[in-house]
Design a protein around this ligand. Structure first.
Ligand SMILES: [Zn+2]
Length: 153
C-alpha cells in the first residue's frame, strides 16, 4: 500500500484510540492487514535507492492531506497531536524496516521483511503488483473511506 494510505489510516487510529500502547499495536497490525489486500506498489525488489523520490512524494502527500484535514476541521474531541503522530509513525514502521533492510543492509531485519513480503497477495514483480489504477482500487477505497471518517469524526 502507499505510504499515504498508511498515514491516513494511522491518523484515524490516532484519533480513535487513546491508549498509546494500543495505538502502537493496532497501527502495526493494521499496516500488515492492509498489505494483505491486493495492491500494486511503485517500488519492487528491482527498485534502486534512486527511486527514493517516489517515497518522498508519497510520504509528503499523506502528511499534507492530514495537516490540511486537521487545519480545516481542528482536532476531534479528545484527540492529541502526540497520539496521532505516534499512530502515523507505527503505521509506517513496517515499510521503514523494509527500507533499513534493503538499503542499509540491516540483515537482522530479514525475518520481519520476509513476514511483511509474505503477506502480500501477489508476488513481488508480478503484473498484479504493478502500480496501476486497476491494481490499486483497495488503496484508493481505504484512503477515501479513512479520509471521510477523519473529516466527519
Ligand atoms: Zn507494508
Amino acid at each position: 500500500m502507499t505510504l499515504a494510505t498508511h498515514i491516513i489510516t494511522g491518523a484515524l487510529i490516532g484519533i480513535k484510540i487513546k491508549n498509546p500502547f494500543y495505538i502502537v499495536v493496532v497501527s502495526v497490525a493494521v499496516h500488515f492487514f492492509l498489505d494483505i489486500l491486493p495492491h500494486g506498489d511503485y517500488v519492487n525488489k528491482k527498485s534502486t535507492l534512486r527511486e527514493w523520490w517516489k517515497n518522498a512524494l508519497d510520504f509528503s502527500l499523506g502528511i499534507a492531506i492530514i495537516l490540511l484535514v486537521f487545519l480545516f476541521r481542528g482536532l476531534p474531541e479528545g484527540a492529541t497531536i502526540s497520539n496521532i503522530t505516534l499512530a502515523i509513525i507505527f503505521s509506517l514502521l513496517p515499510d521503514f524496516t523494509h527500507f533499513l533492510y534493503r538499503y542499509l543492509n540491516m540483515s537482522f531485519l530479514r525475518p520481519i521483511k520476509n513476514f511483511h513480503e509474505g503477506l502480500h497477495y501477489y508476488p513481488n514483480t508480478s503484473p498484479e503488483r504493478e502500480f496501476r489504477l486497476k491494481n490499486n482500487l483497495w488503496d484508493i477505497f481505504i484512503s477515501f473511506v479513512s479520509f471521510l471518517i477523519l473529516i466527519l469524526a
